[in-house]
Design a protein around this ligand. Sequence first.
Ligand code: NAP
Length: 488
Amino acid sequence: MAQAGISCDIVVFGGTGDLAMRKLLPALYYLHRDGHLHPDTRILALARAQHSLESYGKLVKRHVSQHVARGDFDVVHWEQFAKRLDYLSLDVSQRVAFPRLTKVLSPGTGRVRVFYLATMPGLFAATVQHLSSVGLVDEHARVVLEKPLGESLETANEINDRIGKVFDETRVFRIDHYLGKEAVQNLLALRFGNALFEPLWRNAHIDHVQISVLESVGVENRGDYYDRAGAMRDMVQNHLLQLLCLVAMEAPVHFEPEAVRNEKLKILEALRPITGMDVQDRTVRGQYGAGQHAGERMPAYYFEKKVDHDSNTETFVALKTEVDNWRWAGVPFYLRTGKCMAQRKSEIVIQFKPVPHRLFPRSGDNPENNRLIISLQPDEGIRLSLMAKSPGRGMGLQNVDLNLDFAAAFTRRRWDAYERLLLDVIEGDATLFMRRDEIEAAWRWVDPIIEGWGDFYRSPKPYAAGSWGPDAADSLLERLGHSWLDPR
Ligand code: NAP
């Protein structure tokens, strides 16, 4: 537990928000409980709301006890954890409020400070400028920025420029919590820790790749944010492109920040642009209407709280892209994300090509291709679909799965992504965080698609809540004889 050696101040801006309550504070509780926080490490939460330390402590206790796994919350650890907590009411847009922060954080002590900005991105630049103006940004300070960073290349650059005036790039941690997921890191282990797959990991053997991040819930209480962002900015620009990078990148020379991020950047730069008429041909944009999920009625998106009744925001995106390099030329990468889908699942499907010459008779409708399925949620695992002989007479083949379920294989508790990533920030390890040029390359690719939607057809295609999305998302694959791997 080397991390326990670093004493630091973790300053959570937006300390009363959804992210802080559901993810950050439960993650910090686990780090404390499992002995990964130095005894002197303090957690200071900030927001505009007025709270006494006692009332804030009660709020955190309620949320932490709800969001850690059953049986993992205990009063002894909670009481020790609560001693680390402090709360300050502060409006980050008001420069005059910041001198109060210096009284709690004492600049000039050489102590590591992690400023976690769990607020709207529009507040990021002002926050870091005000921190700097009161002397709280020194070489030991780090800043964590939540996604999505900006709404376009231009707005992301504005934020990054202003942050770059205060923090040098090595101390900026742009978080994409997908990279903190065990199953996502396992994708790297699978590719670069095994000799088995790498020789096959290329266009000679892989037919196509599917990356799906599907949620069964709607926008819940985040309608005001989501209606401005939409699925492209909320999910594709960050999570889906990062997953694509991990699938497609070359092996880095070292598992170190610059080496890993250089390889990811090469993939983002090799993505075939989708511009002009291609936007219509290669992307599908949808919005959920009323429907049902697990027997429960779900309202149409435009009836959700804080959503504009005439909203054109997409809650679903499917698209086809290619990575224009030697390894991947000619291999379609299909990306798909949506809310109110039939099933919650995040998975990567690597579909291999068929055998060059069929020896055995075709058996029913079985696809005779091998397939590797990497499940990220709700369950984490890897399935390799192989062809085996059907029992009985003849040589008919059928698919059987080699199934690795991580929960069964590793009985130790699986860390939440935020635990791992918070510890990395404390240690100063940026390997699993996005560098500025990655963000820029991702926006450069995404912006023309969003512009194209504005130019060609304004309305997203409707789909029923609880379904698999608009029919057009199926047609996108059918054109090349492919289909989404869904249990329909
Ligand atoms: P949220 O629930 O609306 O919380 C926003 C927080 O910021 C609240 O604590 C709010 O408290 C505080 N705040 C707002 N204006 C402020 C100001 N002027 N000065 C100081 N504090 C202020 O939002 P969220 O869902 O937690 O999301 C926060 C950030 O994380 C966003 O950038 C979002 O895109 C990102 N994110 C969230 C999630 C998630 O699951 N929630 C996931 C990924 C990324 P007061 O109103 O009391 O000031």
